[in-house]
Design a protein around this ligand. Structure first.
Ligand code: GCU
Length: 689
């Protein structure tokens, strides 16, 4: 149970768990029940002497508000909370933290809250054991904080085992089955609990033949993973194939309105819950990049999603239905079809038609996890639908965990974006809160594609762990400052205080990581244009690699200018999918922010940006500067010799060497390309090939 895990973890950190409701035996940290005879639990933890009544006293007490006979310090904290707003206020995952009478107290209504509170104590370190502090109450802003693993059981011939995975093989699957290393999964679950993640899908959204069977005859493997994740407050979800009734059930159709199909989903789902009573639900990629879906049967996505939702509803499960639906067999000659428009065109008309347990999962940008995109207009277009916002922690388009690219600042920008310009943020939409921050009943969540594999450093690049950490922390509280989140991660990961030069270690990590997203942006695709990457792998520069393909990802560079005209006046009309003020801001090249100019407009190379530079000079300057910054990152890191573990140091150096090589390649290809197209020389006469 979660409570047992809290007891284990608390003991490791020198505390005790006090959670026994009246009349029940207390769980022992080893998992057995142990009755201490007095009605209170008093084991584990660091005793700091005996109280007046001979009762042991603890530095740290973790207690459920419903427990009887609380230790004195916990009772004091509870009394203050009662005075504030009464029991039950902490909710399913919230907790209160305070220090009274020389004891640090975590109080929660539910065991999951104790778990989150315990990890807050770990984050605070000694501070949590300092002088009496005012009582803090913590609640997750976003109730649903989910990771999607794009892991396959079998290695895919092109993608490998983990689609867009840069950290070795899957942490869940090995050699065609469940990993034998469930201890590693358990460590992963603890890691996720420490950052507040509470839901995980264990297989790829592209559900291939073997993985489809996780729903039926291979369900036991999913149940085994759920057993490991459950004690850490994490619910297990499954990506399912829309065609399952045909492929697995042998039915002649997967038409969502067919009675036999509905019965098949209902029956199959009942069996899933028999094996995994707290199963979270399904994730579905339908009619997307070749996956089957309701369009194949002349039905809408609401029809499709609602059929699966009806099967899950009796058990409290949800369907995460992905909005990543677009035409991937487009004719590049056809300039009227705009991939950016697709999700809105497909889904906005369906607002209000989805069942209450359908969550529409929308990528944060209208295209596909590019380094720079505007926020998807779908997020503002569906007030009658539960919306989850999908981020990509795996660095598919941001350096593939070979480049340092701390994504906290990107996500912070997305989450703080105000689609209506009136104070309501993307984070609030995902949390299901309206303008007044009150619940609307439309809680959706934040979802991210995971970057973890079986790599010894978890994430390939050791510094890419910060992205996983930041996702969890920002999902819990989107208002956190990403630089402060990075500070937390640095302290927890490198424990600078215990090193010979804490200041140098902290400062170097900040210098290398703080601005690394902007650095990455500066040496890759400029001004929001996107997709100048190698087709297929998506690593390294290839300016025209996608220009004449069916994927709908074009930049339209010619001898005079570059960019996609998405205006209403002369372009694809995409700007019209935004509410005001953005519909107007993006419509005009004069008001469009520089960093998104080429996403929304086709302009001459001589167009002058708000920065005062021409587009082409901006391209030259950012590419020279970006590659130089990477060289500086590399030499800054070299100055850390001896302050970090040798194996980690070696791994980071190897990656920085590659980043440096790759940044120069980007610089030279991009600059050369635009010099050749435009014929305009660099104002500073630097070397362009
Ligand atoms: C991107 C990515 C694919 C992935 C897809 C998705 O296109 O390259 O590997 O399947 O996103 O989000 O479904």
């Amino acid at each position: 149970t979660v409570a047992q895990e809290v007891a284990h973890a608390a003991e490791q950190h020198g505390g005790s768990l006090h959670h026994r409701p009246a009349g029940q035996a207390a769980p022992h940290p080893d998992g057995d029940n142990a009755e201490d005879g007095s009605g209170t639990e008093a084991h584990g933890g660091t005793s700091n002497g005996s109280g007046a009544a001979g009762e042991p006293r603890f530095d740290l007490v973790l207690a459920l508000t419903g427990a009887d006979d609380l230790p004195e310090a916990a009772a004091m904290v509870l009394a203050e909370l009662d005075w504030r707003s009464g029991r039950g206020m902490l909710g399913a995952e919230g907790f209160a933290l305070g220090r009274r009478d020389g004891v640090t107290v975590v109080l929660a209504d539910e065991p999951a809250g104790l778990l989150h509170g315990l990890f807050q104590v770990v984050r605070l370190g000694e501070t949590a054991f300092g002088a009496t502090q005012p009582i803090e109450v913590h609640h997750p802003v976003t109730a649903r904080r989910m990771l999607n693993h794009w892991d396959n059981i079998d290695a895919h011939p092109v993608m490998g085992q983990v689609e867009r995975g840069y950290s070795g093989g899957s942490i869940f699957w090995r050699d065609g089955g469940l990993t034998p290393d469930l201890g590693r999964v358990r460590a992963y679950a603890r890691l996720l609990a420490s950052i507040g993640v509470n839901a995980v899908t264990v297989n790829n959204v592209n559900v291939h033949a073997t993985e489809a069977r996780l729903l039926t005859d291979r369900l036991g493997d999913v149940a085994a993973l759920a057993e490991v994740l459950r004690p850490y407050g994490i619910r297990t979800h499954l990506s399912v194939n829309f065609n399952s009734p045909v492929a697995l059930g042998g039915l002649p159709t997967a038409d969502p309105l067919d009675d036999g199909v509905r019965a098949w989903w209902a029956d199959t789902t009942r069996q899933v819950y028999a094996a995994i009573p707290d199963f979270g639900g399904y994730v579905v990629k339908a009619d997307s990049e070749g996956q089957p879906g309701p369009f194949g049967y002349g039905r809408t996505h609401a029809d499709g999603a609602n059929t699966l939702a009806a099967a899950l509803e009796p058990f409290g499960g949800v369907v995460h239905w992905r909005a990543f639906v677009y035409n991937h067999t487009q004719d590049w000659r056809d300039r009227s079809t705009d991939r950016a428009r697709a999700a809105y065109d497909h889904f906005a008309p369906l607002d209000g038609q989805f069942a209450g347990n359908v969550i529409l999962q929308v990528k944060y940008g209208p295209i596909d996890f590019q380094t720079r995109e505007p926020v998807s207009p779908v997020i503002a277009a569906m007030p009658g639908t539960r919306l989850a916002v999908e981020l990509q922690v795996t660095q598919e388009y941001t350096g593939q965990q070979r480049h340092v690219c701390y994504l906290g600042p990107l996500w912070h920008e997305v989450l703080a974006f105000e689609p209506w310009g009136d104070g309501r943020t993307v984070a609030a939409v995902a949390a299901g809160r309206g303008a007044d921050n009150g619940p609307t009943g439309f809680e959706g969540g934040l979802v991210a594609v995971s970057n973890v594999g079986d790599d010894p450093f978890w994430t390939g690049h050791p510094l890419a762990q910060a992205n996983l950490y930041a996702f969890g922390r920002l999902a819990w509280n989107p208002h956190l400052d990403p630089a402060a989140v990075l500070d937390e991660w640095i302290d927890l990961t490198f424990a600078p205080a215990a090193t010979a030069d804490p200041g140098l270690l902290r400062q170097t990590l900040h210098e290398v990581m703080d601005g690394s997203w902007q650095t990455y942006e500066s040496y890759t695709a400029p001004l929001g244009v996107g997709f100048m990457v190698r087709p297929g792998s998506h690593y390294g520069p290839d300016v025209d690699g996608y220009e004449y393909t069916p994927w709908g990802t074009y930049h339209f560079a010619d001898r005079d200018g570059i960019g996609v005209d998405r205006s209403r006046a002369t372009g694809t009309g995409f700007t019209g999918q935004y509410p005001q003020p953005w519909a107007q801001v993006y419509e005009s090249a004069d008001s469009c922010p520089d960093e998104l100019l080429l996403f929304f407009h086709h302009v001459p190379y001589t167009h002058v940006l708000h920065s005062g530079k021409t587009v082409v000079q901006h391209i030259y300057d950012t590419h020279f500067e970006g590659a130089d910054r990477v060289a500086r990152m590399r030499s800054r890191w070299a100055g850390l010799a001896g302050l970090v573990a040798p194996d980690l140091d070696a791994r980071v150096r190897e990656r920085l060497d590659e980043q440096s090589r790759c940044a120069q390649e980007w610089r030279d290809q991009i600059n050369t390309y635009f010099y050749r197209k435009s014929g305009i020389p660099d104002a500073h006469g630097r070397r362009i090939h």
